[in-house]
Design a protein around this ligand. Structure first.
Ligand code: FES
Length: 169
């Protein structure tokens, strides 16, 4: 049994092998692996005795269930109207400047992925982003640069990461 198969089996045992538990099982895999591989989705289908197409359909419906390899930290910038009007483009620009990537890309270090997403439910504190599960609100370009600086400083293997990223203190 491969490592991925073991993880899927553990999550299936934890949540139960019923169709309604598909979502928490997929979320559990993304939490550990940062994305869903074909192998993982096929194994989930076997464990739950449903079709792989159904698993893939669910995974592709939810934007937080990544089916492509992502960085350790996935930054999701809200692109919906309140955040758009409150300057989400300046937030994206600041992130792009710091990480040297564009929306949809991952840093060479595999530390960060930058994505856009729909409303995060923090419209009253726009502009808002998520870094993995952590929300950051009322952002300004200076604030997001400081936040990214903290992530970079706290990251394991800091030296390697700083090699391809510039940030402001
Ligand atoms: S519009 Fe951005 S959080 Fe709702």
């Amino acid at each position: 049994m491969t490592e991925v198969q073991e993880k899927v089996r553990d999550l299936s045992e934890k949540y139960g092998r019923r169709r309604e538990n598909l979502l928490p099982i997929l979320q559990g895999i993304v939490e550990k692996e940062h994305y869903l591989t074909s192998e993982a989705m096929i194994q989930v289908a076997k464990e739950l005795d449903i079709s792989a197409a159904e698993v893939y359909g669910t995974a592709s419906f939810y934007s937080f269930l990544d089916t492509e390899q992502r960085g350790q930290y996935v930054i999701r910038v809200c692109k919906t109207i309140s955040c758009d009007m409150k300057g989400k483009n300046s937030i994206i620009k600041a992130i792009e400047d710091v990480l040297k990537i564009k929306v949809g890309e991952t840093t060479q270090s595999k530390m960060f992925t930058l994505l856009e997403t729909n409303c995060l439910g923090w419209c009253h504190k726009a502009p808002a982003i998520l870094i993995n599960d952590e929300p950051y609100t009322n952002l300004t370009p200076a604030k997001i640069k400081a936040i990214l600086g903290d992530y970079i400083r706290n990251a394991e293997g800091k030296q390697k990461i700083i090699g391809d990223i510039q940030y402001e203190r």
